[in-house]
Write a protein that binds this ligand. Sequence first.
Ligand code: URA
Length: 435
Amino acid sequence: MNFLPLLESKRDGRALSAAQIQHLVTAFTAGQVPDYQMAAFLMAVFFRGMTADERCALTLAMRDSGETLRFPADPRLLADKHSTGGVGDKVSLPLAPLLACLGFRVPMISGRGLGITGGTLDKLESIPGFITALPSERIVEIVQRVGCVIGGQTDRMAPADKSLYALRDVTGTVPSIPLITASILSKKLAENLDALVLDVKFGAAAFMQTQAEARELAQAMVALGNQCGVNTRALLTDMNTPLGRAAGNWLEVKESVACLDNCGPEDLRELVIEFAAHLLVQTGKTRTVEAGRARAADCLASGVPRQKWNEMLTAQGADLDAFTRKLVLDHTAAMVAEVKSAQAGWVSRCNARIIGKVIRDLGGGRLTKQSVISPEVGVDQIAKPGERVRAGAVLCRVHAGDEARAGAAVELLQAAFVMADEPPRGTPLILECLQ
Ligand code: URA
């Protein structure tokens, strides 16, 4: 097949048909289109954009380049959440069992952290024995039996995305809305969902720095998800400050369990409840978001999602006794050091970007896809904006592999906290809902 006329059409700004896009993606996945031609296509999309129909065709073609999860008929609808990523963002961990207890099936296919944003799989792998690499048959079996699973994309899921992402990475075509939306949604659509809620973050530690950029991405994903047949909503949420009081893989698992025990930090709980509430409305289980919040909060308070979490862990190979023993430890890193406030006053800023970078450099994140993660490092007891502190009070603790690294991290983390003589103006965590 000669794809040159197709490339010329895209280059000249003409829309391609669904059949042309499907054909190109299928041939590329089969190794029948050379990388230089596909790279030219990606660059043409980068500059010319894509119509709504082209985006839909690209997404579906990428989804159909590999296997999709096939579930038996069941009255429980299939639902999931996707986040564009941030520091301390552990919402998926308590949300999956909560949704299962609210009557959903949750086949949560998640990713790894890269750069300063953490990844759900890295967090879960800090649990003794927990397996994230599951074949699709096992994912379906656990979802049917337990109600939720959190695992990685299988090698056979959306393989076109893997190859296209690698090309985008080396051709300067990553920051393209049609390509980002197709990449994210092709993987989510492979779960065969009924409803999807998106957490599109903006701010210092987010993929999108401004609310306007985040809105543009969210609008594109909501339109595309709905056009592809999945009821999709997005919330725009703040990522200038870390979510919760802990960031770092194992420390975030501990905080997630605290949330399931109904005693975690308020901002984490707010997001978990909010995403559950929207999915309840999206699927017609409650009429209003307020009613959804009340139902989700009651369910969380019942303690049943905490039991569901244990069930999910057992189903995914975790050693529950070892996990329980690890949970009660104050720390698992070799060294813990405190960052203290030099003055009394209010915390007016707690910079998630600085905290994310420190954790990545301590070994909690990846500089390259090959980096090996240290699950025990991180930052906890983080003081948040609006809190009043005395001189000498702890602003956060650093968990590090040795004393030298802990000391260097303490120095860097001083700059993450800005103090003021008056309480700062509060900023909402959830800014907008797009549907
Ligand atoms: N995440 C993805 O999965 N794909 C993108 O293109 C960007 C972020």
